[in-house]
Ligand binder design. Structure first.
Ligand code: 5AD
Ligand code: SF4
Length: 452
């Protein structure tokens, strides 16, 4: 009789967490847990959490509330909390929520199999939240042969995230990440390259290199192979990999050499996420961002001079403590100056251990909401205007999968500039490159049909 049990993994937050969930999924196979997408069948639930904004954390607590009810009817269910909320709350979690069996911090996920074994044997709770500046990201975990049950990775069989570093040394005053992910640690370059080599061997065509601040890859650890531009160039030498992306970057660390990579490294996609956070120098200073809006705009101009088609996206926080109408107008003005291809925008929220939590002049909730709505409205218009420029052109798209479960022949893919393109076709496969004639511009996507 099989001793295999089922694990349900729920992931909140960034791509880093998505990748960590994949790693946990792989590790859990070592202790006979196979993934399931049906919560009701699970013997083990792992909630991989995010605490970047208050709202993200609230979602975690509401799921833990639901899980408590399920566990009341199924006492053997093991509940694990991983990720940033786990790191932040540590011992407080099981103390407040006795339904939680295991709390596993951001650097401790590799200990999950042994923690599970202990909990299974002793029906005790376990908290592992050590955070060390000398942490070494383990060598890569091979993908399991032939996943039996649908897994996170099967959603995109041709593209993968690859963690290249973890943590952050920047201490932007609003940000919880340096406290939950610890100091910057870069992964050994040979480990990264061999992981990508293996992925290419499995048919992966696109990799996204992940870190909180990839621009400082190799600055604080000896990676035995140099900095981020060298890494990009070496990844590009791997046969089978067709597209390379990376995220996230800090504008202050964007070097000329990295900008040149966009021109010189063919496989590096011309799309760049460059979080600005605010258009006001006064606010940027309070945020401890360590660049001015003028130096940011100079970098944008230099990038566009080198590669006019590059698509730029950003993150913006509205309602940072002390943000005046004038500061907010400067952010609105920035949207006009840069004309981003997309902006992720958020209302400021206080985070535990972040410095700005103690700042005075908090912006009232209704003012934050009104500013966010204005900003998003304008950015939506810009998105649409930029999308309309593509109507009538032919774009190369990497097929991602079917865009509709119900109607046949509806596909979705992405251009190298990361635009989502929906189209009608038959008999395609994910990962295939096709040419699409663009017929319609929507707010968040383009629509077209196969060009001959
Ligand atoms: N409040 C609102 N937004 C935040 N972000 C980070 N911390 C906060 C906070 N305390 C946003 C930033 C960052 C993105 C991932 O989340 O814009 O770039
Ligand atoms: Fe947070 Fe700033 Fe580090 Fe980004 S660079 S993770 S915003 S502290």
């Amino acid at each position: 009789m099989s001793t295999e049990k089922l694990v349900y993994i729920e992931t909140f937050g960034c791509q880093m967490n998505e990748r960590d969930s994949e790693i946990m999924e792989q590790l859990l196979r070592q202790v006979d847990y196979l993934p399931t997408r049906e919560l009701s069948r699970a013997d083990l639930v792992v909630v991989n959490t995010c605490s970047i904004r208050a709202k993200a954390e609230q979602k975690v607590y509401s799921l833990l509330g639901r899980l408590k009810k399920i566990k009341d009817g199924k006492p053997g269910l093991i509940i694990t909390v991983a990720g940033c909320v786990a790191q932040q709350e540590g011992e407080r979690l099981p103390a407040r929520m006795p339904q939680v069996d295991i709390v596993v911090g951001t650097q401790n996920i590799y200990r999950l199999p042994s923690l599970i074994k202990e909990v299974e044997a002793k029906r005790c709770s376990r908290v592992a939240v050590d955070l060390s500046p000398s942490f070494v990201i383990p060598r890569h975990l091979p993908s399991p042969p032939g996943a039996v049950v649908a897994s996170a990775s099967e959603k995109r069989p041709f593209k993968k995230f690859v963690t290249i570093m973890q943590g952050c040394n920047n201490f932007c005053t609003y940000c919880v990440v340096p406290h939950t992910r610890g100091r910057e640690v870069s992964r050994d370059m040979d480990d990264i390259l061999s992981e990508i080599q293996d992925l290419a061997g499995q048919g992966i065509k696109e990799v996204t290199l992940l870190g909180q601040n990839v621009n400082s890859y190799g600055k604080t650890s000896d990676t035995a192979g140099g900095r981020f531009p060298e890494l990009l160039r070496k990844v590009a030498e791997i046969d089978g990999i067709q597209r390379i992306r990376f995220t996230t970057s800090h504008p202050k660390d964007l070097s000329d050499e990295l900008m040149r990579c966009f021109v010189e490294v063919d496989k590096l996609c011309p799309s760049f996420h460059l979080p600005v956070q605010s258009g006001s120098n006064r606010v940027l200073k309070m945020m401890n961002r360590r660049y001015t809006i003028e130096s940011y705009l100079d970098k944008v101009e230099a990038l566009r001079k080198m590669l006019p088609e590059i698509s730029l996206t950003t993150d913006i926080i509205v309602g940072f403590p002390g943000e005046t109408d004038e500061d907010f107008s400067a952010t609105m003005e920035l949207l006009e100056q840069v004309r981003y291809h997309g902006a992720f925008s958020f209302k400021y929220s206080d985070r535990p251990l972040a410095k700005s939590t103690d700042f005075a002049d908090k912006v009232p909730e209704d003012v934050k909401s009104a500013r966010l709505a204005r900003l998003q409205d304008r950015q939506d218009q810009i998105n649409l205007e930029l999308h309309q420029q593509h109507v009538g052109s032919c774009l190369t798209v990497m097929v991602e999968g079917r865009s509709s479960k119900t109607s046949r022949g509806q596909w979705s893919g992405r251009t190298d500039t990361n635009h989502v393109v929906n189209f009608t076709a038959e008999g395609l496969q994910a990962g295939q490159m096709v040419k699409i004639r663009i017929e319609e511009a929507c707010l968040h996507s383009l629509r077209g049909s196969l060009a001959d």
